[in-house]
Design a protein around this ligand. Structure first.
Ligand SMILES: *Cc1c(COP(=O)(O)O)cnc(C)c1O
Length: 486
């Protein structure tokens, strides 16, 4: 039986089901499998022709015991997760004409138009399956820098096993993203726009941690989280790395680079694990914007907090890359004691320097760069002018980072991840193209539709958030229980 443990070493090992339902481990650490499975070149060869859903089935099966979810049940969960995508294989590849050996992998064809749909759809359908079987329900609380929230709201809407509180920093996400959450009118969706977050979306995670450590409250309303700390999202997100590699590589073993616009290291953590499991990716390019926590970790060996900068690639305005600790666990000989000491030191002092050996081991195969808004805009403009292809600001960060380091990458193929649809960021697109009207490629019918709908949600000042949430969640929980009892 495959067990999951905390990367900080506390608590007892648990099975897959408990790891998914709990979100965080009992000591506040992140769940990791006791060991990572290995995939041979022969297996990769066999997987080469598979569609996205079949590939996802093969990959997530490596992490789930069949006694917990049978293969038929898992297939149904995966179908439910990806059938609503606009394209048959969930993601698509586009080969650039104006840049050699460069592919864009579009991860934004799910219902809410960002890569968060890939992990969140799977996690929510998985949770719903596990909860219905236990005849239980959960309150979910989730913070967003703009894309996790819409994805969570979309999949949770109407599911009787789940009730979702979705916190977003008011004014720091686009109106289009906000409307994706506030125009769903289901009773189990509660968007909360929060004013005056001094550190942007990261502040909301702090409040969530506080609610989590309130044991009585947590138990009463059955609180859990589907932030990127949930292991279910990571395993689903491994799929696009395998899929992209197998599509682009001429033979198994070809060196291919992947450039990833990054904030919390959730997407990259999945990629890093995919490589450790045997996927022959040469370099990952960590593309940060001005919020460059990851760039500091990978260039200087220091994890540290800076103040938040507002940028035009707002979904990656993140200063605490939680999932880095999860990746690190598999680079330091699975030494949970050190993870605990180091992360505690970081939390109390706001900074931690890794020793040389650790630095070398986690840095292997990663390059990083911090991209300015100016280059993000310049890249959107030049790719549009050169080949009539419209990038969103995050895809543009991935390509801009690649532009800054060409010599280092010799002449291998590179896949750049485009993590959002440009229609979510119309102001940035207009500014970049220096136009007053959006081109067709910058529009999407679901975004247009949401413009006309009535909005629903809470608004709250950050200073009062914890108290207000305690009240609102509790009141709602009691009311919904009464309805069920009747
Ligand atoms: C969340 C998000 C990212 C960053 O993903 P992490 O897992 O936090 O690194 C990048 N681009 C977009 C559009 C996102 O929504």
């Amino acid at each position: 039986m495959l067990k999951y443990i905390s990367n900080k070493g506390g608590g007892k090992p648990v099975n897959f089901e408990t790891a998914i339902l709990n979100g965080f481990a009992s000591d506040g650490g992140l769940y990791v499998p006791e060991k990572l499975p290995k995939i041979s070149k022969n297996e990769l060869k066999k997987w080469k022709g598979l569609g996205f859903k079949d590939l996802c089935f093969e990959i997530v099966s490596l992490f789930i015991d069949r006694e917990i979810i049978s293969s038929d049940e898992l297939k149904i969960i995966i179908d439910k997760s990806y059938d609503a995508f606009e394209v048959e294989n969930a993601v698509t590849l586009y080969k650039l004409k104006s840049r050699e050996q460069t592919y864009i992998m579009e991860l934004f064809h799910g219902p809410t138009l960002s890569f968060k749909d890939i992990g969140q759809s799977f996690l929510v359908n998985l949770l719903d399956f596990l909860l219905k079987r236990k005849k239980e329900s959960l309150s979910i609380i989730v913070a967003t820098t703009g894309d996790t929230g819409p994805a969570a709201a979309n999949y949770i809407a109407g599911k009787s096993s789940l009730d979702a509180w979705i916190l977003y920093p008011k004014g720091l996400i686009t109106e289009e993203q906000e409307r994706q959450m506030t125009t769903l009118h289901n009773n189990n969706i509660h968007p909360v726009g929060v004013y005056n977050c001094p550190e942007g979306g990261d502040d909301l995670d702090t409040v969530i941690s506080k609610l989590y450590s309130n044991k009585k409250f947590k138990k009463k309303v059955k609180l859990s989280s589907i932030n990127s700390i949930n292991w279910g999202r990571i395993i689903a997100q491994m799929t696009h790395y395998f899929y992209g590699y197998l599509k682009v590589a001429d033979y198994i073993g070809e060196d291919i680079n992947i450039s990833v616009p990054s904030g919390g290291f959730g997407n990259l953590c999945a990629g890093g694990f995919a490589r450790k499991m045997g996927l022959p990716i040469k370099n990952f390019i960590i593309a940060n914007n001005k919020n460059e926590s990851l760039n500091r970790i990978f260039r200087n060996g220091v994890i540290s907090k800076d103040k938040i900068h507002e940028t035009i690639s707002s979904a990656i305005d993140i200063i605490t890359p939680y999932n880095f600790w999860r990746y690190l666990y598999f680079c330091n000989g699975q030494n949970s004691k050190n993870i605990k000491i180091w992360s505690n030191e970081f939390e109390t002092k706001g900074e931690f320097h890794f020793d040389d050996k650790t630095f070398k081991s986690y840095r292997d195969g990663f390059l990083s760069f911090s991209v300015s808004d100016k280059s993000t805009i310049g890249t959107i403009k030049s790719i549009y002018e050169n080949e009539n292809y419209l990038l969103d600001p995050h895809g543009s960060v991935a390509i801009s980072a690649l532009n800054s380091m060409d010599e280092k990458l010799s002449h291998n193929k590179t896949i750049c991840l485009a993590t959002a649809h440009p229609a979510k960021f119309p102001k940035v697109i207009l500014k970049s193209l220096n136009k007053t009207k959006l081109p067709e490629a910058g529009k999407h019918k679901s975004i247009e539709g949401a413009k006309k709908k009535c909005q629903k949600g809470y608004h709250c000042d950050y200073s009062n958030l914890e108290k207000s949430l305690l009240n609102a969640i509790e009141t709602n929980w009691e009311r919904s229980k009464k309805i069920i009892v009747k």
